[in-house]
Design a protein around this ligand. Structure first.
Ligand SMILES: CC(=O)SCCNC(=O)CCNC(=O)[C@H](O)C(C)(C)COP(=O)(O)OP(=O)(O)OC[C@H]1O[C@@H](n2cnc3c(N)ncnc32)[C@H](O)[C@@H]1OP(=O)(O)O
Ligand SMILES: CC(C)C(=O)C(=O)O
Ligand SMILES: [Mg+2]
Length: 509
């Protein structure tokens, strides 16, 4: 068995998913879970891209001890300086320098000759090496690069100090045969290739990210880059949980394994889905809601006789459990604290008390509080989602009449503690609410996405709303849960707006 290193880029490439915008506490929460999952390396972000990302990467680097913490940098001194300043406190820091090597990217995007690209890459890898021992070099768009040129630049950056060479399929264009052959070519033609880890980085534009990553591994890659739930730029990256579980379930066929703690997979998937707002499709491999559900009578009959007739992965393997401890109106603090631990949260006394009060309020409205409900409450408290509120919803009313446009009246408390109220209409109840809030806040708001889902089953399930929007041209997202759809919608909208003020305050600090 060869153990393949897992490089998780949920916090960098994953955050590049359109509409995803994580704050510092949310990124830190995800980083802690990735460490529990056992990733060898986590790419915490791109520090030169914004002050907020710099701060988040720094916080993660100062907190995480088991996994290496990587920061992305273009091949220029400014990006490398920012990356190093953010991660130098890490126990195992890695600077990740990239530059494109395909003819189309070099000529049309970078406007550089191949010789200039080699020169920049070598100089910038040496510069990064003068600061940090562990340097990853990525040849962006490697899969559309000319192989002899790729071999030349790789040999030179290894001489300059690179410790990991990543060959991304940046646009998800390659096929397994082609991608495997590229790794084999490097193994056969780059004289110092055995001094470094070779890495895959596959995007899923043609749905081949998993099989391409495996082809890379079969041809010499010792590191795989990807994200949890497969989120990422455009169609996303390879879903790391799919790779790790494939190696586990088909160990008779593939002689590879990973250091991941597989039973942390479901929790990782849930946290990332909740915090990013990227809902996991029900039929998604390994972590989808239906991945372990059987609908058809013939299947159910088979499973009752022997689960393995239709189940190749046991739910327990990836941390899907059915829990019997039901929390409700009559539960006390002990049972609640025990449940917090079971769900994998570590809250201090103050936060545990806030969460307990929110749980009690919910039990007044809901017969049975499920693990999913609690997960949402605990995650909100853990990430202080309500702690830095600027605008607060104090009251709202929506009137729906099937013959007329719905109308809303809303009261908000402003950052200056003034109460403002207004009224408005819209084509639907949510739109009337949003139009009214927009008029009150007087910022330039464009809603770009709205998702509503239910947490739990039945009439009294919680509603969860995610919104993405631009506020004064800044892209932000917000989420909220409530028992009422309109309340969740209003709070998600206001949480997104509040984020703009939090980002502005962070940037001033
Ligand atoms: C394949 C990937 O996933 S790469 C990672 C992509 N991630 C991101 O872009 C997210 C974060 N990005 C950002 O916040 C911004 O793009 C920034 C802060 C990095 C740069 O912003 P700006 O300075 O406004 O530049 P902008 O993004 O418009 O253009 C990119 C510039 O970097 C250059 N560039 C692109 N890649 C590289 C590289 N690897 N090394 C050096 N220069 C590069 C481009 O040629 C262009 O240069 P030019 O201004 O001389 O034409
Ligand atoms: C920055 C690099 C590694 C990347 O994300 C890509 O090429 O897809
Ligand atoms: Mg990528």
């Amino acid at each position: 068995m060869t153990t393949i290193k897992i490089f998780d880029t949920t916090l960098r490439d994953g955050e590049q998913s359109p509409g995803v915008n994580l704050n510092q506490l949310e990124k830190l929460e995800i980083a802690k879970q990735l460490e529990r999952l056992g990733v060898d390396v986590m790419e915490a972000g791109f520090p030169a891209s914004s002050q907020g990302d710099f701060e988040a990467v720094k916080k993660i680097a100062d907190t995480i001890t088991e996994s290496s913490v990587a920061a992305l940098a273009r091949a220029n001194k400014h990006d490398i300086d920012r990356a190093w300043d953010a991660i130098k406190g890490a126990k195992k820091p890695r600077i990740h320098v990239f530059i494109a090597t395909s003819p189309i990217h070099m000529k049309d995007k970078l406007k550089k000759t191949p010789e200039e690209v080699i020169d920049i890459a070598v100089k910038m890898v040496s510069y990064a090496k003068s600061k940090c021992d562990d340097i990853e070099f990525s040849a962006e768009d490697a899969s559309r690069s000319e192989l002899p040129f790729l071999a030349e630049i790789i040999e030179k950056v290894i001489d300059a100090g690179a410790t990991v060479i990543n060959l991304p399929d940046t646009v998800g264009y390659t096929t397994p045969k082609e991608y495997g052959e590229m790794f084999k070519y490097m193994k056969d033609n780059v004289k110092n290739i055995d001094d470094v880890d070779l890495s895959t980085h596959c995007h899923d534009d043609l749905g081949m990210a998993l099989i391409n990553s495996i082809a890379g591994v079969e041809n010499g890659a010792t590191q795989v880059e990807g994200t949890i739930n497969g989120i990422g730029e455009r169609a996303g990256n390879v879903a790391l949980e799919e790779l790790a579980v494939t190696f586990e379930i088909r160990k008779d066929f593939y002689p590879f394994d990973t250091n991941l703690t597989l039973k942390e997979i479901k929790r990782s998937s849930d946290i990332i889905s909740k915090l990013t707002g990227m809902v996991v499709p029900g039929n998604k491999a390994v972590v989808g809601r239906n991945a372990f559900a059987h609908e058809a009578g013939i299947h159910q009959d088979g499973v009752l006789k022997n689960a393995q007739t239709y189940e190749i992965i046991t739910p327990e393997l990836v941390g899907v459990t059915s829990n019997s401890l039901v929390l409700g109106k009559h539960s006390g603090r002990h049972a609640f604290k025990d449940k917090i631990k079971q769900l994998g949260f570590q809250l201090d006394e103050d936060k545990a008390s806030i969460a307990f009060n929110q749980f009690k309020q919910l039990t007044d409205r809901k017969k049975e509080v499920t693990d999913d409900d609690l997960f949402v409450i605990l995650m909100d408290v853990q990430t202080d989602i309500k702690a830095r509120v600027q605008y607060k919803l104090t009251n709202f009313k929506v009137t729906y009449d099937s013959n007329n446009s719905p109308s809303a009246s809303v009261s908000l408390e402003t950052p200056k503690n003034e109460i403002i109220t207004g009224e408005g209409t819209g084509n639907g109840s949510v739109e009337s609410l949003y139009n009214t809030i927009e008029q009150l806040i007087e910022e330039d708001i464009q809603l770009t996405d709205f998702t509503l889902s239910s947490i739990g089953r039945g009439k009294d399930a919680l509603a969860e709303v995610h919104v993405s929007m631009t506020v004064n041209k800044q892209v932000v997202s917000g989420r909220a849960t409530a028992q009422d759809v309109l309340e969740a919608s209003a709070n998600a909208f206001i949480n997104a707006i509040n984020r703009v003020f939090i980002i502005q305050a962070d940037e001033k600090e």
